[in-house]
Ligand binder design. Sequence first.
Ligand code: HEM
Length: 181
Amino acid sequence: MKGIVFTEFLELVEEKFGLEMVDKIIAQSDLPSNGVYTAIGTYDFSEMLSLLKNLSQQTKIAIDDLLLVYAEHFFNVLANEYPDLIKRYKDPLELLASIENHIHVEVQKIYPEAELPTFQIVEKTSDKLVMIYKSSRAMYSFGLGLMRKTFEHFDSRATITYEKLTSDGTEVKFSIVKTNG
Ligand code: HEM
């Protein structure tokens, strides 16, 4: 997992819960990196899981809810870091339908070691997109947060529902329906 995912996560934890919480969850997690991350480095996904687990225990907030909030913050980071990737799109559904064959393809070119999910499009019309998220990392709540922020970015609205196809959340079907034409 890319370092930027860790550095931005710890920054948000500091902003929301304070530096002591950052120190606490790093100390509680047995991290090969010792909690020292650079944005361009690559670290084991298990480190993120440990940090999330300990933050969840400390705050009594479910991991999926933490990921949802984190994704909303991460979208702004992505929009700042990669404005050209997002500027190509005028419509949130078009952007979401292009993660698999454009956006994440470009990300993989920039970071060959990035670990990205796949999104398989099942149905697409001008106001509806159904796609299946697949990833061993089961970060579908992170995906949901990014989808919600995508609509906000375009000042558009949608109803986004999902259904787990596997109980561990490694395969999740998303239905995204635009509600403002
Ligand atoms: C992960 C880039 C948009 C879904 C990531 C990662 C990067 C990235 C760098 C981390 C990979 C790693 O740590 O190895 C981007 C860029 C985007 C974009 C530049 C737009 C300009 C989106 C959107 C979604 C999405 C709109 C919404 C569905 C995900 C998910 C992950 C991820 C769910 C977590 C990894 C996993 O589940 O396996 N993306 N992304 N991305 N991205 Fe994107």
